[in-house]
Design a protein around this ligand. Structure first.
Ligand SMILES: Cc1ncc(C[n+]2csc(CCOP(=O)(O)OP(=O)(O)O)c2C)c(N)n1
Ligand SMILES: [Mg+2]
Length: 536
């Protein structure tokens, strides 16, 4: 066997079915080995798309998604997308081919310090050194991606390691499972005692609990304790558009229990006025560095009731198991605040050629509600914020705390692959659509039908709105786009296109797009509005 065969077999052993990839010289041995290991290759049109797909796969399945890229420029193209996976705490493994070890420092083709390039964007980055240790390297990367706070891990694959012959097949004995950090009963009782003393406590979970499993755990935790349990995964933080008037109730909380939730910019570092000046904290985090950072951000040690190394899922389950149910008006108040939306959104309508984003939200919500199983994908920009404010679905994937736009279309493809029976609908702005529009070609080849809804305001509107606010209308420039017919571009790529200029036509267009059985694009001419403000 070659190193490449050991790698492919080990991937299969770990349960991998798909490699999200863009080909290149350095990784062709893996393509060859993938045949025998029965690994499917999803061949994308830009390396960053492959990384975004592995990210979405990790969030939807709980097992790392795997991206396979070529060396040098292929790797460099892909690493940008690691930023989103890292901030969203998504388990994934990036495998990139590298120049042969034997040619290092001689000016090899596409030679680059690839692990160093990936390092700031991953939990761990290392390069394989021999075929004999490749399987254990992969298992190590796999476990690192899943352990504690999940995230991306980079493993470099030098070409000569992939080509090297290896007698034994050292794939046995490799372990892919991780044991979570246990949460003791004593620790749980300490937290419950603090909760009992608090009048308005909140559980706040980080992005790792934004998954289906995480949200279910939070529902169970709230049910058992009577303490509101929310997940924060928006770069808008306390003004997360999907959390309604959360910012208002947060100010009133007197105890925040952070479940793997960083006390970072999204929580305004735990400071007033976003958080009450006397509000206390319990920080439960699988990462010692995050505990240190939370202490530093919060500042006043008197406000830190407890900080402990903990797996948020273990902690949530243990707390739910030991809690005595308590009902308070506070939980109802928080639930109502999170659900609060301006009444006029139920009826508001734009003009022909300028559909109101809330109209798009209403139509998509109906579409989602009618589907037996739905995955809702939302990306950034003002339109993405409207989408997150207006639409809820059993499963949601957003671009997350990274605040990087562009991932929606790759996310949608991976979602359809992970959930073949689900209706997948992705909402994104017209600027955002440009990043990975050609992935519709990948979707056509892979027969991954989903509905992409592009809010087309001919503008990089989020930045345009900053110009309007900060510099005035007369100095707003450079953020214009054209009213491009993205639906026609998608039809040209072999998908289905719909063009909508009136809100009343949305439902029919969405239905036709879905029934087409093709990857579809609904290009909606929308009003150029600022994102919804945090609701009072
Ligand atoms: C990778 C990346 N590049 C740039 C930005 C800055 N940015 C945030 S929103 C935005 C505009 C997005 O335009 P569009 O997708 O059309 O959405 P709109 O705001 O117009 O609704 C830009 C450029 C970013 N967040 N991420
Ligand atoms: Mg736009």
């Amino acid at each position: 066997m070659r190193g490449a065969d050991i790698l492919a077999r080990t991937l299969a052993l770990a349960g991998v079915k798909h490699l999200f990839s863009l080909s290149g010289n350095h990784i062709m041995p893996v393509y060859d080995a993938a045949l025998d290991a029965q690994l499917d290759i999803v061949h994308v049109r830009h390396e960053a798309a492959a990384v975004h797909m592995a990210d979405a796969w990790g969030r939807l399945t709980g097992e790392p998604g795997v991206a396979l890229l070529t060396g040098g420029p292929g790797h460099a193209n892909g690493v940008s997308a690691l930023y989103t996976a890292l901030a969203s705490e998504s388990p994934m493994v990036l495998l990139s081919g590298e120049a042969p070890l034997a040619e290092r420092h001689k000016g090899a083709f596409q030679e680059m310090a690839q692990a160093a390039v990936a390092a700031p964007l991953v939990k761990a980055a290392f390069t394989a050194t021999s075929a004999a240790t490749l399987a254990t390297d992969l298992a190590r990367a796999w476990r690192q991606a899943k352990f504690g706070r999940p995230g991306p891990v980079y493993l470099g694959l030098p070409f000569d390691v992939l080509e090297a012959k290896c007698d034994a097949a050292p794939v046995e004995g490799t372990a892919f499972a991780v044991k979570p950090i246990p949460f003791s009963e004593a620790a749980a009782q300490a937290v419950l005692a603090e909760l009992a003393r608090a009048r308005r406590p909140l559980f706040l979970a980080g992005p790792a609990m934004g998954t289906d499993r995480g949200r279910a755990a939070l529902v169970a935790l709230q049910g058992a304790t009577g303490v509101p349990a929310l997940c924060m995964e928006s770069p808008r933080g306390v003004n997360d558009p999907s959390l309604g008037a959360f910012a208002r109730v947060l100010k009133e909380a007197d105890l925040l229990v952070l479940l793997g939730k960083r006390a970072d910019f999204t929580l305004r570092y735990g400071q007033a006025p976003a958080v009450g000046a006397a509000c206390r904290f319990i920080v439960l985090d699988p990462d010692p560095e995050a505990l240190r950072q939370a202490g530093y951000a919060i500042g006043d040690p008197a406000r830190l009731a407890l900080a402990a190394l903990a797996d948020p899922f273990e902690a949530a389950a243990r707390l739910a198991g030991l809690a005595k149910p308590a009902r308070s008006g506070w939980a109802g108040e928080v639930d109502a605040a999170v659900r609060a939306r301006p009444a006029e959104w139920a009826t508001i309508a734009g003009k022909p050629g300028a559909v109101h984003p809330a109209e798009v939200g209403r139509a998509v919500q109906q579409f989602v509600d009618a589907a037996p199983e739905a995955v809702f994908v939302a990306d950034g920009g003002e339109f993405g914020q409207w989408a997150q404010a207006c639409i809820s679905a059993p499963t949601r994937i957003i671009n997350g705390p990274a605040g990087a736009i562009g991932s929606a279309l790759p996310f949608a493809l991976a979602a359809k692959l992970a959930r073949p029976n689900a209706s997948v609908v992705a909402l994104l702005g017209d600027g955002t659509a440009g990043f990975h529009l050609t992935e519709y070609d990948t979707a056509v080849r892979e027969k991954l039908d989903f509905v992409g809804v592009i809010g087309n305001d001919s503008c990089w509107n989020a930045e345009h709105q900053i110009q309007l606010r900060a510099y005035g209308r007369e100095r707003a420039h450079g953020c214009e786009l054209l009213p491009t017919r993205y639906d026609r571009a998608v039809a040209g790529l072999g998908g289905h296109g719909e063009h909508v200029e009136r809100g009343a036509d949305l439902a029919v267009a969405l239905a036709r797009a879905s029934k087409s059985g093709l990857p579809a694009c609904v290009n909606v001419l929308i009003e150029r509005l600022p994102a919804p403000a945090a609701h009072a």
